[in-house]
Design a protein around this ligand. Structure first.
Ligand SMILES: [Zn+2]
Length: 129
């Protein structure tokens, strides 16, 4: 027997309260793009279970603190990015881009952004639907 996994979000899903067809949409939880099914009648929202799992993993990793050392390489400084961050990013990104964007975010704070189709990098980024 050949078992094919189908995504429930690709099927017609009815709202259990109203018995009307739900609408596919997206929402954002802390920058996470989460697929949702919305009931047009009662506005009930069902989150995609796979996307919620990713979000939970992210929340776990987010609580961890890493201390890394600055190293001088030529005229620049280098820091080691913990493997966990890269692995996490790679896991959900189909096309991994090793280019990162960096800016001075405030006194004593540098921000670094991976190029990502999956996640919101910042508020100005648009998401293709
Ligand atoms: Zn409903």
């Amino acid at each position: 027997m050949n078992i094919k996994m189908k995504d429930i979000f690709d099927q017609v899903v009815l709202c259990e309260k109203c018995n009307v067809r739900t609408i596919k949409n997206y929402t954002s939880l802390e920058g996470f793009k989460i697929r949702v099914l919305e009931c047009p009648k009662c506005a009930e929202i069902v989150y995609h279970p796979g996307d919620i799992k990713e979000y939970e993993e992210y929340k776990k990793l987010k609580t961890r603190d890493f201390n890394v050392k600055l190293r001088m390489v030529g005229n620049s400084f280098c820091v080691s990015i913990p493997k966990e961050f890269i692995d996490f990013h790679k896991e959900f990104e189909k096309e991994f881009n090793d280019l990162v964007r960096m800016n001075l975010d405030g006194p004593g704070k540098i921000s670094m952004f991976f190029y990502s189709k999956k996640f919101y990098n910042n508020k100005e980024d648009n998401i293709e639907q």
